[in-house]
Ligand binder design. Structure first.
Ligand SMILES: Cc1ncc(COP(=O)(O)O)c(C=O)c1O
Length: 405
């Protein structure tokens, strides 16, 4: 795969057509064409950092692939990461290994809610949140975010109403796709409402390390502390270190009864303690990766700025992100329809595919509130972003918009 790179080399493409990765190799299936620049699924095009690949290589060389067990150092590494990066003090005994964030959410729904119970989500939101609730036989309660001055805010009045007959809230913190890193005041309101109505909060913090340089992530734990709310947090290193295909995550559950309840559910799935590679990658990432998120987000901020500049005179408004390497593009000004259920009516998606040659995520898959939006993945070398923007501008040129400068 080439010479050893610096852990901060953001110029090399590790994923490409035929490399067996979803982002490139599912283009035909998703976009109907193999030649779009793929800027959709949330993983990164550059390689995982050296300290992760070196730890994996060492394990590979050992050939020790029996059933894995995370040791005390593993949980210490996670706890130290949460403390050093986010000022969150977690007792290692309160951390449980999980196969991934979405599977952990599925387990939490099963462990802590009754069949048919209402589970609140806040669309537009990471689309598996819809599915994971339905798949467990629970009822979706949508509490859509409200767009205020070009950014998303929560509708606390509606949440307070809906919480009356709900059992759980799936919080996306930071929020995908809107890029909000929720503030302590916002999280405290969530905690207070959910405490009042005995709604358990599951905080998905998989994007916790991916805040832009001027922004800090606030763990839900900081708001939950005094509110008396039932809560747990799930996260994983997969987004931060580009190890999503290896798997492995963790749950933090402070309350011992809840930990037992969740632990029983998890054991009942017979999934084991995790894959050897997932555990090795996680420990290496959290032990050695302290400088990586800031370096990564400096690169992502650069790409964000390139996109924002490139669309400045187009009818596309990027929502200014506080977090994640995903940029949410408001394309409603283009006046193109975007209806998921009518395959003949997907003009917005078709424009990006056929006119611009770009494979982005359609906003509508994140819920009705995402209609007219597209999500672009910025985690790729800058030259790929620049080429994508040239193609986008040229597409507008064809349509009578301003030609690329
Ligand atoms: C908010 C959010 N949660 C969870 C995941 C996926 O987590 P996992 O692969 O660990 O199930 C993603 C991936 O994009 C995500 O954006």
């Amino acid at each position: 795969m080439g010479a050893t790179m610096s852990p901060t080399d953001f110029t090399r493409l590790a994923q490409y057509a035929g490399s067996g990765c979803e982002k490139y190799d599912r283009r035909g299936e998703i976009f109907g064409r193999e030649d779009v620049i793929p800027l959709w699924v949330a993983d990164m095009d550059f390689p995982a950092p050296d300290f992760v690949t070196e730890a994996l290589s060492a394990r590979l060389a050992d050939g020790a692939f029996g059933y894995a067990k995370p040791d005390a150092e593993h949980f210490r590494a996670i706890a130290d990461w949460l403390c050093d990066q986010h000022g969150w003090h977690v007792c290692p005994n309160h951390i449980l290994p999980v196969p991934g964030v979405v599977p952990a959410i599925a387990m939490a729904i099963r462990a802590f809610t009754s069949p048919g119970a209402r589970v609140i989500i806040q669309p537009p939101v990471y689309f598996p949140f819809f599915q994971v609730v339905r798949d467990q036989g629970r009822t979706l309660q949508e509490n859509p975010l409200v767009e205020t001055d070009g950014r998303y805010e929560m509708d606390f009045d509606a949440l307070a109403e809906q919480a009356r007959d709900a059992e759980m809230l799936l919080l996306c913190n930071p929020h995908n796709p809107g890029g909000r890193a929720w503030s302590i005041e916002e999280l405290e309101q969530v905690a207070a409402i959910c405490a009042r109505h005995e709604v358990m909060v599951i905080s998905d913090e998989i994007h916790m390390d991916l805040t832009y340089p001027e922004v800090a992530h606030t763990p839900f734990a900081h708001a939950a502390g005094h509110a008396g709310v039932r809560w747990m947090t799930v996260s994983a290193p997969g987004k931060t270190f580009n190890t999503a295909g290896i798997g492995g995550g963790f749950a933090v559950i402070v309350d011992s009864t809840q930990r037992d309840t969740f632990g029983r559910e998890r054991r009942g799935m017979h999934l084991g303690e995790g894959s050897v590679f997932g555990l090795v990658a996680m420990k290496a990432a959290y032990t050695e990766g302290g400088d990586w998120p800031a370096e990564l987000m400096t690169h992502i901020a650069h790409n964000r700025d390139r996109v924002v500049a490139a669309v400045a005179d187009l009818p596309i408004e990027p929502m200014w992100p506080e977090s994640t390497y995903l940029l949410w593009l408001d394309c409603r000004g283009m006046g193109l329809s975007d209806a998921e259920r009518d395959p003949g009516d997907i003009a917005l998606q078709r424009f990006f595919i056929d006119e611009a040659g770009l494979g982005l995520s359609q906003g509508i898959i994140f819920g009705e509130a995402g209609r007219g939006f597209m999500r672009i993945n910025l985690a790729t070398p800058t030259r790929v972003i620049d080429r994508a923007m040239q193609q986008l501008r040229a597409a507008f040129g064809k349509q009578g918009g301003r030609a690329p400068s």
